[in-house]
Ligand binder design. Sequence first.
Ligand SMILES: Cc1cc2nc3c(=O)[nH]c(=O)nc-3n(C[C@H](O)[C@H](O)[C@H](O)COP(=O)(O)OP(=O)(O)OC[C@H]3O[C@@H](n4cnc5c(N)ncnc54)[C@H](O)[C@@H]3O)c2cc1C
Length: 492
Amino acid sequence: MSIKKFSTEATPPIEFGSDAATATARLTTNAAALTADNVAELAAICDTTTDAATRAEHGRDWWPLSLAWSLKNEVPQLPGVVCRPTSTDEVSRLLAYCNQHGIAVTASGGRSGVCGAAIPLRAGVSLDMTRMQGLESVDEISGIVETLAGTFGPDLEDAVRTYGLTIGHYPQSFALATVGGWVACRGAGQYSTRYGKIEDMVHALEAVLADGTIIRTGGAPAGAVGPDLSQLLLGSEGTLAVITRVWLRAHPLPEVERRGAYVFASLTDGFEACRRLIRAGATPAVLRLYDGAESKRSHGGDGTNATLLVLDEGNEQLVDATMAIVHDTCMSMGATVGDSDLVEKWTHHRNDTSGLQALTRKGYVVDTMEVAANWADLDNVVENIESAMLAVPHARSSTCHLSHSYIEGACVYFTFAATPPAEEFESTYLAMWDAGQRAALASGANLSHHHGIGYSRGQYMEEALGSAMTVLRTVKKALDPNSILNPGKLGL
Ligand SMILES: Cc1cc2nc3c(=O)[nH]c(=O)nc-3n(C[C@H](O)[C@H](O)[C@H](O)COP(=O)(O)OP(=O)(O)OC[C@H]3O[C@@H](n4cnc5c(N)ncnc54)[C@H](O)[C@@H]3O)c2cc1C
């Protein structure tokens, strides 16, 4: 299988202000330099480069602040080297060496994270996993596929489909992100209401610990063999282990697909319809409810009506029953049937983020923030987050859609913008985030539904986890006593 970085449909990351090879580090993060001996020893283990442009690319991800810095030819931090292993054995030998010499190792996949998780804060090694690509085996009877961690979404799905199977995991960054990154960040795809989040899809993992020990977790449909160690690594963002191989649960390719759109008088009515239909047991793959402003922007409307887009796929009888429950529930909530083209249009532009990038180039503050909350709290969460963000000086907008639903609640996804003077760009960006995250936590939402914590959200971890943060610290200390694995992330 060839190494594929970005599919043609994916928006590429924002360009550097000038030659990437001259990019400088923006953050002062206690970065330790590598010696010539270190570089030579690493090069003896796997492909290793000190090329300046490659190091600059690995010094940033899609964290919007770092994309804005790129325009000034700055990256958050520059790794000393970029290492590209091709096997679990190379990862194991590399980690054992770095552990012995106290060298920081930050795993990276597609570097599509939006919270700075793959930034090599303490320099050292950027461990680029994208040479470990490909589908390794398929158990067609059980529906389990084994893939290397650096495989990109389209490559995996294309390969799996030749067996009449689908993973059903389609994040907006499908073409930009790797399986290892999905697992490390507890990602969610746009079809998650039918197929689940990535943590529901993982059957087993192979991972390498900081000292080079290779472990396997999971491997059965369910278990009671102590705490679930796969779940410990899911969401660990490269701080507890490097994931090298993933076994995923696959589904038969869908027989049919059905679509529908509904318009509600308010977002609150739409939330209630989603709550009722989900609690009735209908789980359409896509269930996305846009507030008035987002509906107007993308689907037309008067700025107050909320638009619900629904798509389901799978077994014909199940899908038809699901869509019937959706329809009846929406009608009972006073909705009108929306334009049948709306879902079609969404499927075409759903992964296009070029509009947000154009605003970044113009100097706008623009970003997104996603949190999950229980149905009982959802209205309050949205109101509090939006009013907190809009109270920040220079804020222009804060809009929201419901993107993923569960039996007890949902993920709400905010897009916010501000137009500060250039000298207040960064302080305005940080203030809007701070206002939004603190309002989320104060209203009963969590810190993140699927983008993860990375660097930018680390400061809120203590407040989000409370005394349970001690558990995370203790696990980190036990598994990575020299703190070489992605130091400075997850609030650790
Ligand atoms: C336009 C856009 C849209 C997005 N939409 C979605 C979405 O719909 N759903 C969603 O969930 N996310 C979304 N994201 C966020 C991002 O794509 C995900 O977090 C993704 O899972 C990251 O994968 P990656 O391979 O790019 O990882 P990276 O960004 O390279 O790394 C992210 C973190 O994972 C760790 N990591 C990566 N690989 C490994 C490994 N093999 N072992 C251990 N740790 C590892 C890194 O150290 C880092 O901490 C979006 C991002 C962008 C830019």
